[in-house]
Every structure is written in C-alpha cells, then in structure tokens.
Ligand binder design. Structure first.
Ligand code: NOJ
Length: 763
C-alpha cells in the first residue's frame, strides 16, 4: 500500500515536472515569436475567417488566401477537406512571413460524418459514457478530415421550447447539463490535445443565450445574478473545469452589456474566478452586431471586445480593421493585443501545430476512419437509447416482427433528409437509414405498407422560410394533399396497425428557427386525426427538435415514441425499439408543456406565494382559467416496455449535523417481461432558506439495468455539497433546516422523505 502510494506520488511529481517543462518551452517559443511579430501580424492572429461552408450571417470573408499570405488570419472555418486544407495550411506555413499555422474549425455538433442524435436527444440518454463516446467518434472523424477545432459543446440552459436552438443543448437542468458539458469536452479533446485525433472544443454560447426572451433567437436576455449562478452558468463552468480549450461569446446582453463586450463575464468570472486558460472567440460577427446593440461604431465596439477579454473575432474583421487605429489613439494598449495573441498562439502550441502543422492533414485518413461500421454501430446504439417512450397503451409496443400487416404513414416514414436534424455540415443525408429501410432490416418478415399521407407542411410561406439555405429541404408533393390523404386512408384500411411517422423537419429547429406554434404542423395533424378516426391503433413515431405541444396526440394515439432527429442510423435504431430489440430508456431533459401559453415551464421552478392547490377553479391562487398548471410530460419522464416500481425510500438519518452525510436508498423492481434500463433520479428541495429556492433540483442520477423480474437497491450518498446554492450576495453555501429528498423515475412521480440538517447538532 505504502509502495503504491510512493509510486503514485512519484508519477504525479514527474507529470507535474514535465508539464512545467512543457509550459516553459511553450513560453520561450511564444515569447520569441511575439518579439518578431509586427502589430499587424499580431492582430492577424486574432482574425477568424469563414470559407467553404454556408455562413450563419450576412457577412462572408473575402480574399482569404491573400490575407493568410500576409499574416492576417489566425484561423479558418468551413472546410473539411484535408487536401484543400493542407494546401491552405501550406500558404500559412510556407508563404506567410512568420509561418504560423492556422486553426481549422467547424461546427461539428452531433457527429461529423456519422451523425448521432441531436444534442437534446443525446441528453435524453442520461448516459455520460455514450455522450462521451459520440464526441470521441466525432473527433476521430473530424480530425481525419483536417479539423482541429469544433464549435461545440453548446451548453445553453433552455426553458423555452419556442427557441429553435433548444435542440442543440442538453435541456433545462444545470446539474445534468454540467455532466454533459464535461463528457463532451473529454470526448472531443481526448487525453492529450496534441494527438492527431484530438479536437479542441469550444464551449458556447457564453453566456445565457438560452434565456432569449419569448424564445425568439438573438433576442435580449434579462436575468438576476442568482439565477445566472444557480441555473444558467454551471454548465459553462463545468466545461472550463474539464479543460475546454476555447469559449465562444453569445450574441445577447448580460446585465445590459453584450456578452462580447462584457468584461465582468469574460475576464472577472471566466478567467479570474473560474481559472479559464484558453482563448475566447466571438460568435459570428458578434463584435459588429454590438453597433446594433447601441454600443458605438465598429472601432469602439472592437476595442471594447478586446478590453473585455475577447481574443478572436469571428468573420466580422472589426479587430483586423480597427485595432491598429485604436492602438495609435491609445484606446487599447500593446499589452492588450499581446495578451490575446499569446492566448491564440498557446492554443496552437497545445494542439501540436507548431510541432507539425500537418498532423491532422493526412488525406489517407478519411477512407479508413469515416463512417466505419463501428461508428455506425455506435450511432445506432446511441440513437436507440435517446428515444423517449411517452405513452404505450395496452402494451401495443413492441410490435411483433411478423404475423400482422403494419402501415407506415407520414412524410418522415420514407425520408432520408430529416433523419439527421440540425447542424450536420459533414453529415450526408443520402447515407442515412430511413424508417422503412430500418423496418425491412429488423423485421424482414413483416407485411408492411407505406403511404406518405401528407406534406410536411402545406404552408408555402413556412416552406419558403424553411428552405433558406437555398436547398429544397421541404417541398410540396406533386400529388395534391387530398389525394395524399385519400391514398393513406386506403393503405391504412388494409393494415392491422398504423405507425404514423410525423413531426418537425430538419430546419424547423436549430439556429434562427424559433416557432410560436410548437405543435405538429397542421397538414400532418390532419392526417393523424383521420388515421385515428379509422379506429385502428395508431402508434406515433415523433420527429422533433424541441418539446412539442401534444395534448391531442396524448389523448388519441395508442403509443407515442419520441425519436428527436436520430442521425445516420435513424431507421435501424427506430426499428430496434419498435420491435423490442431495444427497450426504450430515454428520459426527457426538457419539460413538454400542454400549450405555448404555459411557457416558460420547467421542473425546478420556485414556489409562489399563492400556490394552486387542487381545484381547477380556485380563485386568487396561481393558476390559469383555461388550463391546468401542470406540464404534459415532466422533466425526467420516459417509460419503457416494462414498468419499474419504486418502493418507499429509506434515509439513513432523520437528523444530521455539520459535514455528516446521508444515504437515500430505494428498491426499484422491473415488474414486466422485458429487461430494461432505468434512470433513477435524486432531487432535493430546500423549503426554508434565506432566498426562495426551487421546489426541487436534480442532484444525482443512476442508470441501472434490470432483467425482467429483477430488483435493485439504489443508493445515493448526499453531502452538504448537494445542498449548496448561491444566495443574493452570491455566497455559495448551504443553510441549515429541513430538506426534502425525492427519488423517482421522473421529476413528478417521486417518493419523498425529509431530513433536518443542522450546522451543529446539539447533543
Ligand atoms: C453562429 C452560431 O451561433 C454558432 O453556434 C456557430 O458556431 C457559428 N455561427 C459558426 O458557424
């Protein structure tokens, strides 16, 4: 034991010594470089240009190769073609005066070529090993195609499903969101940034982007400091603690100051308090946009951004075109520019680019490493674990693989494009597996029928907005809606059961894709209503990038399987679950409201002074005249093919003091006939404190596997760390008193116990 300890100590010592030696080497190199660089070359390193891919703004970079030659570019994003990128890197390291290599970035968000479920779906796995695995594979594929930097993870907490970008994050909870942030950073960056399969991560959008008012993208944000600290900031902080290499600013204001010029956010909090050591990049033209925010002309806002702690300017070239002037006019200092430049150069050093600028530019890699059978297998496994079964009356699912005739109806049933979801730059939808193909693969004996039934939407104005990338993402069928419907009903008449494959298309969620009506589009809803009228059981397989309003569907469909946008292996994964090869185990990470009028609706809300207590008509309490307060499906919700029964919870003590710890245990039994996975969730409520605290907050979860008929005792260890929160003076501590401990399979249906935790219990 003593010997092991000594060996460990020695190893730590040598690792530390090695790291210090590496740091010293890096410093010497960069000091030397900075001495040689002109002001223009230093400012050039702060410039990020876009080339090759569709931009997410109205400005695009011009004359990029010329600029690289003259040392005016630090990084480029948009390409994922190692041959082309190698040629571009050659310009930087052979033609530019100081031969500084470039960063090559891209939005690799949920897979690069092999596409995994959209992040909101990925979060529904509640499985950090799978989340990390998806990022590792993405990094492997992305680096094989020349990339060294991804603009991911996006960890913005979102409580408003109208916001299209809720699809890109991990939902509404800071605890789960923090775990996901860590897993993704580890997955992308690996254990050594300089390896040729390590991709530098960029946590975004710092900060509070998900708080956009009214769910309208790019809208303003207004939030108390304690809400920021308690609910919105933890996932960014977790990414920093996990060693994320870069941070992207958000478009919105934080405390009335745009994030991109917010020195408190970028320097005081991020660097001084959290200890972030990497570099900060803006979002797309976020510096320029500060002029519209009302902060001044381009020179003023560029200087503000640099002073605030921003190091790299994405596309807008405010830094490139104005910083020299600001320096001459003494609005910024040489030290400000040096600091930003040093951070960029350090990141390049850590990525191993000075050692070998071509280390991720090996054109022979893609053929061996892209979309391998193993990667596709992982995509299938992860997707099937992200699906959330919302309803399953009379155990209609799983379907038998033979014996009956099943009609698959809807615009997503025989569809490849919409399998992938938002942000799939490298993803090729032609290579995705459709639902019909998956069904054929998994249940070849089954008698199947297919009918499209409806357009994704009949609304031409909506279609016009959805197709803004210039692609025909959503189209009207040449056959009229009436004929599509008639054909579908004729098909349904010949079937024993109907699977309606409906929902949102790829471009209905994601950036700049906010919606005020978050139901299934009318054309498809009409189809569903007609299918239900046939009296045959209807299973709804739902594609969506956000929580939808599904009250009618909940009342009328026999089963609802929410599959998000599952990625490349969509059809196979869906068939695995529909036919019972995989028992669905996903759990929602964002609340599904009944109506848009209830939004924002989230499980960790605060109590009101006039809580509504039962009767729908109660006057003068917090409720609606025309709707229940409750959500349709709560955070954490999702069922499987077997029921999991929770017995009463046992707490190890009813009273504790100081730094003691408590265990909460519960027996969970699989009382059905299918083996399955269950996410057992621990919530804590703090009913009396110096500030009003949420009714409950997620503080732990365990994913367990139970065979049919099997039981397990699940135990959580709770310490005072789980009770801590930021008060109004931003002191992070716990306060003595009573705590409500709840455990359950979702945030609503829980077993509850109480414990009194004193600072110092009297004997
Ligand atoms: C704008 C988006 O907000 C951001 O998430 C993305 O990384 C950049 N565009 C680059 O594409």
């Amino acid at each position: 034991m003593k010997r092991t300890y000594t060996i460990l100590l020695c190893l730590c010592f040598f690792a530390l010594q090695n790291a210090t030696a590496q740091d010293a080497k890096m410093k010497t190199h960069i000091d030397g470089l900075l001495k040689k660089m002109t002001v223009g070359e230093k400012i050039g390193q702060l410039n990020l240009v876009v080339s090759g891919w569709v931009p997410t703004g109205t400005t695009v970079s011009q004359d990029t190769e010329e600029k690289i030659t003259s040392g005016k570019v630090g990084g480029m994003f948009g390409y994922y073609d190692p041959v082309r990128m190698k040629a571009i890197q050659q310009i930087a390291v052979e033609k530019s005066r100081l031969k500084i290599p470039l960063f090559f970035g891209l939005d690799v968000i949920h897979g690069h070529r092999t596409i995994f479920p959209i992040p909101l779906g990925m979060s529904a796995t509640w499985d950090m090993a799978l989340v990390e695995k998806s990022a590792r594979i993405a990094a492997q594929e992305a680096t094989a195609e020349g990339l060294n930097w991804t603009f991911s993870p996006m960890v913005d907490i979102a409580r408003d499903p109208r916001w299209g970008r809720i699809s890109e994050g991990g939902g509404e909870d800071p605890y789960l969101g923090s775990q996901i942030a860590r897993a993704l950073v580890h997955g992308y960056q690996g254990d050594d940034l300089s390896k040729n399969n390590s991709l530098m991560a960029c946590v975004k959008h710092y900060a509070l982007y998900g708080g956009a008012e009214a769910g309208r993208d790019y809208n303003t944000v207004d939030m108390s400091r304690s809400s920021m600290y308690n609910y919105y900031l933890p996932p960014y902080k977790a990414a920093v603690e996990a060693g994320v290499g870069s941070v992207m600013t958000s478009f919105n204001v934080v405390d009335e100051v745009p994030a991109t010029a917010n020195r408190w956010l970028m320097t005081d909090l991020l660097r001084n308090q959290w200890g972030f050591k990497g570099f900060v990049v803006t979002d797309y033209t976020a510096i320029n946009e500060m002029t519209s925010h009302g902060l001044g002309d381009l020179q003023t806002v560029s200087a503000l951004a640099l002073k605030a702690g921003v190091d790299m300017d994405m596309v807008g070239e405010g830094f490139l075109t104005t910083l020299k002037k600001s320096l001459d006019e003494k609005k910024i200092t040489m030290a400000d520019i040096d600091l930003a430049c040093r951070r960029i150069l350090e990141a390049k050093w850590k990525m191993g680019l000075f050692d070998d600028p071509y280390r991720r530019l090996d054109p022979s890699r893609p053929a061996k490493e892209i979309m391998t059978p193993e990667n596709r297998k992982a995509a299938r496994e992860i997707a099937s674990h992200s699906f959330v079964l919302l309803k399953n009356d009379n155990q209609i699912l799983p379907l038998a693989k033979a014996g009956k005739t099943v009609a698959f109806v809807g615009p997503f049933a025989d569809n490849h494009r919409d399998m992938l979801g938002t942000w799939v730059i490298g993803g090729e939808w032609e290579k995705s597996v459709s639902v019909m193909e998956g069904v054929k693969n998994v249940a070849p004996q089954l008698a199947t029928l297919f009918a499209k039934g409806s357009n994704i939407t009949d609304d031409t104005a909506f279609i016009h907005r959805l197709n803004f990338f210039g692609q025909k993402m959503v189209t009207l069928d040449a056959i009229s809606p009436e004929t599509l419907l008639r054909n579908a009903l004729e098909t349904a008449a010949r079937a024993d059961a109907i699977v309606a494959v409906l929902g949102e298309s790829q471009s209905m969620s994601g950036e700049s894709s906010s919606r005020t009506d978050i139901g299934i589009p009318d054309s498809q809803r009409k189809l569903l209503e007609e299918l239900v009228k046939t009296g045959k059981p209807v299973v709804l397989v739902l594609f969506t990038g956000r929580p939808l309003t599904l009250e009618w569907e909940q009342q009328h469909c026999a089963a609802i399987l929410n599959v998000w946008a599952p990625g490349t292996e969509a059809g196979n994964a869906i068939a695995d679950v529909l036919f019972g090869d995989v028992n669905p185990s996903g759990k929602l990470t964002a609340t599904f409201p009944r109506s848009v009028g209830q939004i924002p609706l989230y499980y960790n809300h605060k109590p009101t002074g006039r809580p509504y207590n039962g009767s729908y008509q109660t006057k003068f309490s917090s409720n609606y005249l025309d709707s229940p307060n409750e959500e349709l499906y709560p955070f954490g919700y999702g069922i499987g093919y077997s029921p999991f029964v929770y017995e009463e919870m046992k707490l190890s003590s009813a009273k504790l003091s100081g730094n003691g710890s408590l265990t909460a245990s519960i027996k969970v039994s699989n009382t059905g006939k299918y083996a399955g996975e269950e996410v057992v969730q621990l919530y804590i409520g703090d009913p009396v404190a110096s500030i009003s605290r949420p009714v409950k907050e997620l503080k732990g979860f365990q994913k367990i596997i139970l065979k049919a008929g099997e039981s397990k005792l699940v135990t959580f260890n709770i310490t005072t760390n789980d009770l801590k929160f930021y008060d109004n003076s931003l002191k992070y501590d716990w306060e003595a008193g009573e705590f409500r401990i709840s455990i359950g399979g979702n945030s609503r249906d829980v077993k509850v116990g109480t414990v009194v935790w004193e600072k110092n219990l009297k004997p």
